[in-house]
Ligand binder design. Structure first.
Ligand code: NAD
Length: 495
């Protein structure tokens, strides 16, 4: 076996060879200094394999490859129709390999195979096809000026070399959200997946080659944030960084851009999203959405609905329903098609979430269900509900990124809005009510980039997504994301 591939066993027992090198210029290569990092299976706590860990010199190689491709085979050198065709081919290959990719995700991330296959990969394929459609349609405008002999027009030109840094919670979907609009717009890419979940991003690189993308268009450099991520964000020949991850790292990315070459930055950051349950709501449905909101992806979700506020007149009834639903969630083996919650991604995340649970208990909040680990092996946590919380508790204020919910009652609509908005974040918010006027009023008053009415956490590839306040800058998905990867050029024409 080469230094840049290894063989691992998938949950079905099937053995597959996976790439473990850095992906630069359509080739897998070791890090120049031979550095590696280990990736761990969170269900078994065992090391899966070692993967090359990019250092500053490797980032430089990848950026050079991306720059050369931008100047020669991609960017303005490849028509949008061709870019779109290659992207559709990539989507076809992802569909073909969906099962293997899903199993790899289950091993590396702990995500249930069924959810990874049907949602993460299904939605990612949709995202790539959506932007493939845009590749030849992202036109500028012709603008009349006040001089009849002159006109102006705009062109949407690709920004150039983009550093893309993604987290571990949706390794394939975050990859697709970033890669698809960038490729459609003609940008080249240096992608840094999370050090915790590099395997699916590397597997996708094989598909990049098979689809026929020219060398250097997409490069992939697993590595640690403080080393590889740092080098990418400070690199003087990177034109833009698109980042998804924590708000703390988001600040560092902005600082790096400011201190280096003022590269453009878009940020998708954390959240502490509320769900408001009004007395007219269909309580059973609302409880289903709240359950999904905090247990989907084991609560490791930037839009996790981690706070629920319920009108006092229906509080007891709603909580009863919710607790019952929480206790029915199947936590366990992510390879079982019936499992809804697998393990958390890592020991660090597991300990962080259990730490929050213990702190909630010490602060006097009441555990209604859950409240600790599930089983004795693997990073499994019981879906947990805390009642008796107050706004100053850390479990109410901070992003936990696990299946831990805080519930409280409110009396009036104004109080509900005030509680919902009492956060530095502004990513998502849900409201549940059968009063249409109330839905209009409250959705208008909520400070969040996405508001769900009588549903929660559903996204569409053609609807923009992003944060208010400290949840981010810019929008992903939909037509809006094209602006992240293009410069607008105005041409004044004298004829
Ligand atoms: P993280 O910020 O620790 O890491 C994210 C990525 O940044 C990783 O690839 C990491 O290696 C890299 N990184 C870390 N330090 C860096 C540095 N100094 N310079 C450059 N890169 C660096 O976040 P995480 O723990 O992987 O992911 C969880 C967070 O992501 C949560 O806060 C969650 O809310 C957020 N998230 C947001 C969205 C969204 O769309 N808004 C989506 C998913 C996750």
């Amino acid at each position: 076996m080469s230094k840049v591939h290894t063989t691992i066993a998938l949950p079905t027992g099937q053995k597959i060879t996976i790439p473990t090198g850095l992906f630069i210029n359509n080739e897998f290569v070791p890090a120049l200094g031979g550095e590696t990092l280990e990736t761990v299976n969170p269900s078994t706590e065992e090391v899966i394999c070692s993967v090359s860990a990019a250092q500053a010199a490797d980032i430089d190689r990848a950026v050079q490859a991306a720059r050369t491709a931008f100047k020669t085979t991609w960017g303005k050198h490849c028509p949008g129709t061709e870019r779109g065709k290659l992207m559709h081919k990539l989507a076809d290959l992802m569909e073909r390999d969906a099962q293997v990719l899903a199993e790899l995700e289950a091993v590396d991330n702990g995500k249930p195979v069924k959810i990874a296959r049907d949602f993460d990969i299904g939605d990612s394929v949709g995202c790539i096809r959506y932007y493939a459609g845009w590749a030849d349609k992202n036109h500028g405008q012709t603008i009349e000026t006040n001089d009849l002999q002159k006109l102006a027009y705009t062109k949407h030109e690709p920004i150039g070399v983009c550093g893309q840094i993604i987290p571990w919670n949706y390794p394939i979907q975050m990859w697709a959200w970033k890669v698809a609009p960038a490729l459609a717009c003609g940008c080249t890419i240096v992608m840094k997946p999370s050090e915790l979940t590099p395997l699916s991003a590397l597997k996708l690189c094989e598909l990049i080659v098979e689809a026929g993308f020219p060398p250097g268009v997409l490069n992939c450099v697993p590595g640690y944030g403080a080393v590889a991520g740092h080098a990418l964000t400070y690199h003087l020949d990177v034109d833009k960084v698109a980042f998804t991850g924590s708000t703390i790292t988001g600040r560092k990315i902005m600082e790096a851009a400011a201190k280096s070459n003022l590269k453009k930055v878009t940020l998708e950051l954390g959240g502490k999203s509320p769900n408001l349950i009004f007395e007219s709501a269909d309580l059973d449905q609302a409880a289903n959405w709240c359950l999904l909101g905090i247990t989907y992806n084991m609560g490791q979700d930037c839009t996790a609905g981690s706070r629920v506020y319920v009108q006092d007149t229906v509080y007891d009834k709603f909580i009863q329903l919710l607790v019952k639903k929480f206790e029915q969630v199947k936590v366990g083996n992510p390879y079982d098609e019936k499992t809804f919650n697998g393990p958390l991604v890592s020991k660090g995340q597991f300990e962080k979430v259990l730490g929050f649970i213990e702190e909630g208990k010490k602060a006097g909040a009441k555990v209604l269900t859950g409240g600790g680990r599930e089983g004795t092996k693997g990073y499994f946590v019981k879906p947990t509900i805390f009642a008796g919380v107050h706004p100053e508790m850390r479990i109410v204020k901070e992003e936990i990124f696990g299946p831990v919910l805080a519930v409280a009652a409110f009396k009036t609509e104004a109080e509900a809005i005030s509680l919902a908005n009492a956060t530095t974040y502004g990513l998502g918010a849900g409201l549940h009510s059968n009063d249409a006027k109330q839905c209009m009023r409250v959705s208008g008053a909520l400070e969040a980039g996405t508001v769900w009415v009588n549903q929660y956490n559903l996204l569409n590839n053609n609807v923009p997504f992003g944060g208010y306040k400290q949840s981010g800058i810019g929008r992903e998905l939909g037509q809006y994301a094209l602006a992240n990867y293009t410069n607008v050029k105005a041409v004044h024409f004298n004829y």
